[in-house]
Design a protein around this ligand. Structure first.
Ligand code: GLA
Length: 729
């Protein structure tokens, strides 16, 4: 039993293979957090201390006990207004205008299997892989009932949390702020690690001390955003890549979110993950409920590597769905950087013929095939095939591509509308904008109100009509602006940001049901919606609009802290690179793109015969290592923000095969030698470099490392493949 309840002391213990999470209901009915970390035995209640603290008040039913204060005690789901002055997990505005909530324990239930969430993505597991704890708390005066859900995946060292807020009173209430997870850590000195960025430069690593005060990252953009990823780490001061205690919090949601880390007056650290409280006031009428998206928690006692490995497995096995979540993905060529808007059906057929010759599996027709869309100023929302531009019907084009022996994929941006489009001219009220105000334009487009079912249904029908025209096996689902001017004709305004995201999920769910074999790649100007929520619907996401192999080293490094390579869209593009003007070798571009769902983003016609040969070899190489790359364990071997080289490795689960990848970031006269240390090998086993034949002990490769060649040239890349030798020689 992963979840244990001890009736005598009202103690809940959640055990995974390596971790323990513990909480208890105290004499006053409050649900207190006791411990989360490396696995321990026994009750951790002794950690709670009670002192009379000035200016930290006492609940009425504590009587004369001035040592009992919610301002100091660690809690599972702290509410605002009732004596805890720290950042709250839940803020409720009552019908009388007061902001107050006082939740006490009512009951609990332990169930086999993992809970699911209505309308929201969530980790899933077989009934024998997970258990669920549901704890019900209530504020009878305010008429608020909260269900806290804990999902425990014992073998995977994963604990998920989610909550439902229900109005059980007769008056309306309003949810002003709600988190799904609160981690109240009684002791320890922590750093807060987050992943910030911007369009075309996402997920940079940032580590700051969790000092007194409250640090917050989040998004008010309607999507999870390029600017901050909804996944963070709380690391003990001395935790490193390979050692020390750290906690991960990954939000399974694709809209506005907020993560706060606060060190309180007594040095205790609180971390909250939930919906952003700005642009959000969710009214609940009598009987109505709001579900708060899930947070995936994980603790590692072995540094960030341990944390990442667990998240990678969890996302691959328990979040991505569908045929492709466990199958090789097609190597694709995308028309975007090859032709932008300037293509015809013949261009796509030519790409397909070239693809067939090179060994590429699929051609993707990107933006520009519909409506009046020859640049990015018009046409979005008019999902009618521009047969004049293509020179044939879509069905005919797909047939021709398939006849060349290549699969066909297509780009869509269902949530968007151009002002210059027929659909906007007919239904201006379908766009998110405030009556009487001129909306902010971004890329000259507006956002469709996906919180409205009628709007979604219209777009869904249009998209299905497109997909039904031929054998379309892949869709790239884009979303190319942040949301502003939030307003919906159909609902209370404070609901729109949340209902919009649920509308997107609803659309995606319907699409998956109707086309179960379709591979959907998520995208939002590259990685602007690169989150665990989207991964439930789209098992891969275009990682960044920046295809420069050198910038990608950092972007993919940051991405790797939570997300497995099997979900990271990564392509070889032309040089000079279109985003940076930098030129690096085809080999280096290939090595970097192989740390993802491999593909191409260039026009093969511009390549020399030699380059085409190299691409053929590159694809053969990817195919050879594909299983190792996509389902092996991924190890970061250097920090590309700091080190001379960027290095990473894939190690098969049985530790028989190892693929080492290195890109040299620095070159100087009389260059020093870089030694790369491998990880995750069997120390006593012998591994042979399959190219040179040299054999090394795993311990040597891990402890002393392997010298990288000193060679002239910028950004040279090396790929070394090792196999475990059966007999020690
Ligand atoms: C976004 C995507 C690109 C491309 C363009 C098309 O920027 O990230 O890959 O699809 O849109 O407009």
């Amino acid at each position: 039993m992963a979840i244990q309840y001890q009736r005598e002391n009202h103690l809940f213990t959640l055990n995974t293979k390596h971790t323990t999470y513990q909480m208890k209901v105290d004499a006053l009915g409050f649900l207190l957090h006791l411990y989360y970390g490396a696995r321990v035995s026994g009750s951790m209640e002794y950690l709670l201390t009670y002192y009379d603290r000035g200016f930290s008040g006492n609940p009425a039913d504590a009587g004369n006990d001035r040592t009992y204060s919610l301002d100091v005690l660690p809690q599972e789901y702290p509410q605002a207004g009732a004596g805890d002055y720290r950042s709250a997990a839940l803020v409720i505005r009552n019908a009388d205008g007061s902001e107050y909530c006082d939740l006490r324990y009512v009951s609990h239930e332990i169930k086999r299997g993992k809970y699911a969430l209505k309308g929201l993505p969530a980790v899933y597991a077989a009934d024998d892989e997970a258990e669920t704890l549901e704890i019900t708390l209530e504020d009878p005066v305010g008429g608020v009932l909260v269900r806290l859900w804990y999902g425990v995946l014992e073998e995977d060292d994963i604990i998920t949390r989610s909550a439902e807020i229900r109005n059980t009173g007769s008056d309306p209430i309003c949810v002003e702020k709600a988190s799904s997870a609160c981690l109240d850590l009684i002791s320890g000195d922590y750093d807060f690690i987050s992943f910030y960025g911007r369009h075309a430069m996402e997920r940079n690593f940032q580590r700051t001390p969790a000092a007194h005060g409250c640090q917050m990252i989040g998004s008010r953009r309607g999507t999870s955003s390029h600017q901050y990823n909804p996944a963070v780490i709380l690391a003990e001061k001395h935790a490193t890549e390979d050692a020390g205690s750290c906690y991960g919090m990954v939000f399974v949601y694709s809209g506005n979110f907020m993560c706060e880390v606060e060190q309180d007056q007594y040095g205790q650290t609180r971390a909250l993950m939930g919906l952003h409280s700005d642009l959000f006031h969710y009214p609940l009428e009598k009987g109505e409920a709001l579900v708060i998206p899930e947070t995936i928690l994980c603790h590692s006692a072995d540094g960030f590597a341990g944390l990442s490995g667990r998240y990678h497995r969890c996302i691959r096995k328990h979040l991505c769905r569908g045929k492709y979540s466990h199958q090789p993905r097609p190597v694709l060529i995308n028309s975007w950087e090859a032709a932008y808007f300037d293509f015809s059906g013949e261009t796509i057929c030519r790409l397909a013929r070239e693809a067939a010759e090179l060994g590429i599996d699929m051609v993707v027709m990107d933006d520009g095939w519909f409506g009046k869309r020859n640049d990015d100023n018009s046409g979005l929302g008019d999902w009618q095939v521009n047969e004049e531009k293509l020179g044939c019907t879509l069905g005919e084009l797909v047939r021709q591509v398939n006849a060349a022996g290549v699969k066909f994929g297509i780009w869509i941006e269902p949530e968007m509308v151009s002002k210059d489009s027929d659909v906007y001219r007919q239904h201006p009220d379908w766009a998110v904008q405030i009556p009487g105000r001129k909306p902010v334009l971004s890329r000259n487009q507006l956002v469709l109100d996906f919180s409205r079912e009628d709007v979604r249904n219209h777009v869904f029908d249009q998209i299905c009509k497109v997909l039904d025209q031929g054998n379309i096996e892949y869709v790239k689902w884009d979303m190319n602006r942040s949301i502003t001017d939030i307003y919906s004709a159909e609902r209370e305004q404070g609901k729109v940001t949340y209902d919009y995201v649920l509308g997107v999920y609803d659309f995606l769910e319907k699409l998956i049901r109707r086309y179960p074999d379709l591979l959907i790649e998520g995208c939002s100007g590259g990685g602007g919606r690169f989150d665990a929520g989207m991964l439930y619907y789209t098992p891969q996401i275009w990682c960044s609009d920046n295809t420069d192999a050198v910038d990608r080293l950092r972007i993919q490094y940051g991405t790797s802290f939570f997300y497995p390579v099997s979900v990271v869209g990564s392509h070889v593009s032309a040089v000079p690179n279109h985003q940076t003007g930098r030129s690096v070798s085809l080999h280096t571009r290939g090595v970097v793109a192989m740390a993802g769902t491999f593909g191409y983003e260039l026009d093969p016609e511009t390549l020399s015969g030699g380059e085409k040969d190299e691409i053929r070899k590159q694809i053969a190489c990817y195919r050879k290592y594909e299983a190792l790359i996509c389902s092996g364990d991924y190890y970061r071997l250097s920090d590309p923000f700091e080190d001379e080289c960027a290095a990473w490795a894939f190690v098969s689960e049985d530790r028989e095969q190892v693929l080492l990848n290195v890109v040299m970031q620095e070159i100087h006269g009389n260059m020093t030698v870089s030694y790369v240390r491998l990880k995750g090998l069997e120390a006593d086993a012998v591994y042979r470099d399959m190219e040179t034949g040299t054999a090394y002990y795993g311990s040597a490769l891990m402890r002393a490392g392997i010298p990288m060649p000193v060679q002239m040239g910028e950004y040279l890349a090396y790929q070394k493949y090792f196999e475990r030798v059966k007999e020690v020689e």
